[in-house]
Design a protein around this ligand. Structure first.
Ligand SMILES: [Zn+2]
Length: 569
């Protein structure tokens, strides 16, 4: 039994006293991790008599997930039972968990009810309403650490709790995160006979303080497991009329949520001390303030309202090759590349990771507003250093499209245009990219235009390159980029049948729900995209292209030079 606790001496003592009444006859041990409490928790706990050994572990405050991992690392038995410090267990709770584990379960959840010792009033009323399980198959919302037992081997195999969820910037969801991973691979069972009683002691001020942290925690969960984005925000009632017509619009009004909360906290504190403590009006007013704070935090973080549009940017080398006739247009110097990223950050764009893009395309997972995905074509040799120096420090992930079978590992397809050969990453060097946050996609085997090939050659280029990447012990590629952006129906069909999640061309537009998943629009960024040109190219790519062509024609007319060459990738 593992209990993490922080600054809740009286409640955690009640929790341990309840456990001491257990009827379980097998071997057990209790580990309490005191996560930086300064309220005398350790002394109070050491005075409690228990029929099993108790170990108190003290550590500086590191958050609930880290405290639970620490407790698990200290544990010696085969099953870990996590109990929150406000959870009073029924005497047969341990026996009920043990029974289901003996029947073969890898993890067991029970039922939680309200403890009569909870402070009365609307706060614990609404918490009780939330505790009631809805029935149906288990979902991520059912797996939470209030009362959860896991086979230790499974817990260790999954790497325990993700400690990023309970650092100082977010609150909660470390249990939902573990739940998603458990449900995907293990036998998780619900035993309604395993009962604990939650003694709800959270104050109104604390509940409001947590609201923006919860928003950040939800975003973290959505970025890591994009497939749950829709159900997650539906559970937060994103489609409910109150969000659509009240909290949503209100979240756009500066300070409105904070003002509401500023009034609601003292009223709630006062109300809870009177006979109106369970009043529905009081409850609605206070929980409304909490919702307003949550949605305005979500909007500030770029995730409200949710979006169904995606901007995909295509880069090549990040180099100053302005003297290279073949690549001067497509190689973007480092400093300019950094300016591009800063421009996007400043304008509120949200960089999404490849997993979010895949789930957007295959599972209709929604995206944050102004979602942008970074891609690199051809895998020039500078890519690892760009990722290390520029992308990783900013937390930006990307997809890089590799050409998998060019003998010289250079851009042979550009030589006809007069530039020197440029070094690409050798296939074996692609292996270092995933650790730098870059997923490898396929860009064919030899970068020949697919539209002029025979059916057999086309298959070899597309399926063969996926095989090449898999043969390097890399994950089989999920994304494809057409060489030169040239695609026709037969090559599109081969890409689809090869099992890719999506394939990119080079039309200048945003991707949306009406896009063809195997002919996705992508905006190729040029070395000339400085200042307003970059802003316009990203904000309104189709309009930019029309203006750009018009400008090029005008220039050609006056200089009698040839018009701009068509784009390539
Ligand atoms: Zn290319």
């Amino acid at each position: 039994m593992l209990i993490p606790t922080y600054q809740r001496r009286d409640v955690v003592c009640a929790a341990v006293e309840a456990l001491a009444k257990t009827d379980y006859a097998g071997e057990i041990e209790l580990i309490v991790v005191i996560d930086g409490s300064t309220d005398g928790t350790a002394e109070a706990l050491s005075r409690i008599e228990t029929p099993f050994p108790v170990r108190l572990v003290q550590q500086p405050n590191r958050g609930a997930a880290a405290a639970r991992n620490r407790a698990a690392a200290e544990a010696r038995h085969d099953v870990l039972l996590f109990v929150d410090d406000d959870m009073l267990c029924a005497p047969d709770l341990i026996s009920e968990h043990a029974r289901v584990h003996l029947a073969g379960a890898d993890a067991v959840i029970g039922d939680v009810r309200r403890d009569p010792g909870s402070a009365p009033g609307f706060m614990s009323d609404s918490n009780e309403a939330w505790l009631k399980r809805q029935g149906g198959p288990l979902t991520l919302f059912d797996v939470w650490t209030g009362q959860l037992s896991v086979r230790r081997a499974a817990f260790e195999d999954l790497g325990g709790f993700d400690e990023a969820y309970t650092d100082e910037t977010t609150f909660a969801n470390e249990d939902a995160d573990l739940g998603i991973r458990l449900l995907a691979r293990y036998d998780v069972r619900h035993n309604p006979a395993a009962i604990s009683y939650q003694r709800f002691v959270v104050s109104p001020r604390e509940l409001i303080r947590r609201a923006p942290l919860r928003a950040a925690g939800d975003i973290r969960l959505a970025r890591k497991h994009p497939q749950v984005t829709r159900p997650l925000f539906e559970a937060r009632r994103v489609s409910h009329w109150s969000t659509r017509f009240v909290f949503g619009p209100l979240s756009a009004v500066p300070l409105a949520a904070r003002l509401w909360a500023g009034i609601a906290i003292p009223i709630a504190e006062l109300g809870l001390r009177t006979r109106f403590r369970s009043s529905r009006t009081l409850s609605r007013f206070f929980l409304g303030a909490r919702a307003a704070v949550y949605w305005s935090a979500l909007r500030r973080l770029g995730w409200y309202p949710l979006s169904d549009r995606l901007l995909v940017l295509g880069y090549h080398a990040v180099q100053d090759w302005s003297e290279d006739p073949a690549l001067k247009r497509y190689a973007v110097p480092r400093q300019l590349f950094q300016q591009h990223l800063e421009s996007l950050f400043r304008r509120g764009y949200q960089f999404i990771n490849p997993e979010m893009a895949a789930r957007f395309l295959t599972d209709e997972a929604p995206l944050p507003r102004r979602a942008v995905l970074l891609t690199f074509d051809d895998c020039y040799a500078d890519l690892p250093s760009v990722a290390r120096a520029i992308l990783r420090p900013r937390g930006v992930q990307a997809i890089a499209f590799a050409v998998t079978s060019v003998e010289t590992a250079t851009n042979e397809w550009d030589l006809a245009r007069g530039g020197p050969p440029r070094q690409l990453l050798e296939p074996r060097d692609l292996r270092q990219l995933p650790a730098l946050g870059i997923e490898i996609g396929s860009h064919s085997r030899t970068h020949r235009s697919l539209v002029v090939l025979s059916d057999k050659e086309r298959r070899a280029e597309i399926e063969g390159s996926a095989d090449d990447i898999a043969a390097l012990d890399l994950p089989r590629p999920r994304f494809f980029a057409y060489p030169f952006g040239e695609v026709d129906d037969p090559s599109r069909d081969v890409v689809r049948d090869a099992g890719f999640a999506g394939a990119f061309g080079i039309r200048n537009a945003w991707v949306d729900r009406s896009s063809d998943r195997f002919d996705l629009d992508r905006v190729i960024v040029h070395a000339s995209d400085r200042g307003w040109r970059f802003r316009l190219r990203t904000a309104a790519p189709a309009l930019f292209e029309r203006l750009d062509i018009a400008q090029a024609r005008l220039r050609a007319k006056f200089s009698k030079a040839s018009p701009a060459k068509p784009p390539r990738a």
